[in-house]
Design a protein around this ligand. Structure first.
Ligand code: AMP
Ligand code: MG
Length: 351
C-alpha cells in the first residue's frame, strides 16, 4: 500500500492537509496522528472493519482494547453510560490532556474497539493537530500507539515510518511529541477508582480529586500469575528493544563503577546527563536525573536509538518513582523484562 506523508505544523493554515487526514479516517482508513503523549494509529472507532485493520497493522492481540479520542469531554455521554460526576471533575482539571478514563460503554462502541469488554476508554487529547483531525473527521478516533506491538511507542513521525510504512494510508508529521509516554489510564467502571497505567497526569495529582484511588499492583511490577489483568495490555510484552536491558539502581558513582567492570562488545549505558562524564562505555542519554519530564520525553526515542546502534546489552540507570517518574519507571521495567539490580554503594564490594 502507498503511504502518504502529511506534514502539518499549523492546523489552522493547513486545513487542506487536516481534511485529507480526516477524510481517510472517515472512509475507514488508518492514519498515524501526533498527540501530546505519543503518535497514535487512528481509525474510526465506530467502524469495526477499520478498527480490525489497526490490530492487523500493529500485530496487536485482539483482546487488547483501544482508547477512543474525542474533541470534548461532554461527548462522552454518546459513548459511555452511568458516568459518575467525578468524571467531569477530572475533565475540568486534566482535559484536554494526557488522561484516559475507563467508563461503562454504550452499545454503539463495537466489541472490536473495546476488545470484547463492556467498558470504553476515553481521552480528550490537547495536541492541536490531533484536535483538528478529530473535529474534521467528526467521529471518535480509536488510536493505540502507532508502533508495531511490543516495540517502543513512537514519539516522532520517523518512528511511525520505521514501523508502519506501506501498511497504512497516511502518516501525519508534526514533530516530536511533548510528553513522550502514553496517557495515564484510570478506571471509574469499578467500585473503587484504580490507576492502571501511570502517565504525565500523576497519581499525586489524581488523588486531589480521587482520594481513594488505588494503584494496580502491575504498575510497578509483573502481573502476578493468575491475577486479574484489569487492563488487558498488562499481560503483553511492551516497549522491548532488541537488546537485553537491565535497570541499575544507585548513585552515579556506583553506576559508573558497575559499568567499568561490565563493559564489552555491544554493551551500552542508558544514562542520565549527570552520569555521562563518569562512564567508560558508550552511552545514550535519556534525560536529567532530576527532571522526570525530560526522561519521559526521551525514553522511547533512546530505546529505538539503542536498536539502531546495535546494542546487545543495555544497563539503564534507574529513575525515581515519584510524579512522572512512576510512568517512566513503569515503561522501563517492561523494556527490561523486570530485570533490576540494587547497586552496592560500597566501593570494595562493587566487583
Ligand atoms: P495503547 O493503545 O497502546 O496506548 O494502550 C492502551 C492501554 O489501555 C492498553 O493497556 C489497554 O489494555 C488499556 N485499555 C484500553 N481500553 C480499556 C478498557 N476498556 N479497559 C481496561 N483497559 C483498557
Ligand atoms: Mg501501545
Amino acid at each position: 500500500m502507498e503511504t502518504k506523508l502529511l506534514v502539518i505544523k499549523n492546523p489552522e493554515s493547513q486545513a487542506e492537509q487536516v481534511r485529507q487526514a480526516a477524510d481517510i479516517i472517515k472512509k475507514g482508513g488508518l492514519v498515524a496522528i501526533p498527540t501530546e503523549t505519543v503518535y497514535g494509529l487512528g481509525a474510526n472507532a465506530l467502524d469495526p472493519q477499520a478498527v480490525k485493520r489497526i490490530f492487523q497493522a500493529k500485530g496487536r492481540p485482539q483482546d487488547n482494547p483501544l482508547i477512543i479520542h474525542l474533541h470534548d469531554a461532554s461527548e462522552a455521554e454518546k459513548y459511555a453510560e452511568s458516568i459518575p460526576e467525578v468524571y467531569y471533575e477530572l475533565c475540568r482539571r486534566f482535559s484536554p490532556g494526557p488522561l484516559t478514563v475507563i467508563l461503562k460503554k454504550k452499545d454503539c462502541i463495537p466489541m472490536e474497539t473495546s476488545g470484547g469488554l463492556d467498558t470504553v476508554a476515553i481521552r480528550i487529547p490537547s495536541h492541536p493537530v490531533a484536535r483538528a483531525i478529530i473535529a474534521a473527521a467528526a467521529v471518535p478516533i480509536a488510536a493505540p500507539s502507532a508502533n508495531l506491538s511490543g516495540k517502543p511507542s513512537p514519539t516522532t513521525a520517523q518512528h511511525c515510518v520505521d514501523d508502519l510504512w506501506g501498511k497504512i494510508e497516511a502518516i501525519v508529521d508534526s514533530g516530536e511529541c511533548a510528553v513522550g509516554v502514553e496517557s495515564t489510564v484510570i478506571s471509574l467502571a469499578e467500585e473503587q477508582p484504580i490507576l492502571l497505567r501511570p502517565g504525565a497526569v500523576t497519581a499525586e495529582q489524581l488523588r486531589e480529586v480521587l482520594p481513594n484511588l488505588v494503584i494496580h499492583q502491575a504498575v510497578t511490577g509483573e502481573l502476578e500469575q493468575g491475577a486479574k489483568a484489569t487492563s488487558p495490555g498488562m499481560r503483553y510484552k511492551h516497549y522491548s528493544p532488541n537488546a537485553r536491558v537491565v535497570i541499575l539502581n544507585g548513585s552515579s558513582e556506583a553506576y559508573a563503577r558497575f559499568l567499568a567492570d561490565h563493559g564489552g562488545e555491544g554493551v551500552y549505558a542508558l544514562c542520565f546527563e549527570e552520569d555521562v562524564s563518569k562512564l567508560t562505555v558508550p552511552a545514550v542519554v535519556w534525560g536529567s536525573r532530576t527532571d522526570d519530564g525530560s526522561q519521559a520525553h526521551r525514553l522511547f526515542a533512546a530505546l529505538r536509538e539503542l536498536d539502531k546502534l546495535g546494542a546487545v546489552q543495555v544497563y539503564a540507570h534507574g529513575p525515581s518513582r515519584e510524579g512522572v517518574g512512576l510512568a517512566v519507571y513503569n515503561r522501563l521495567i517492561r523494556a527490561a523484562g523486570f530485570e533490576e539490580l540494587e547497586l552496592s554503594e560500597n566501593e570494595s564490594e562493587s566487583i
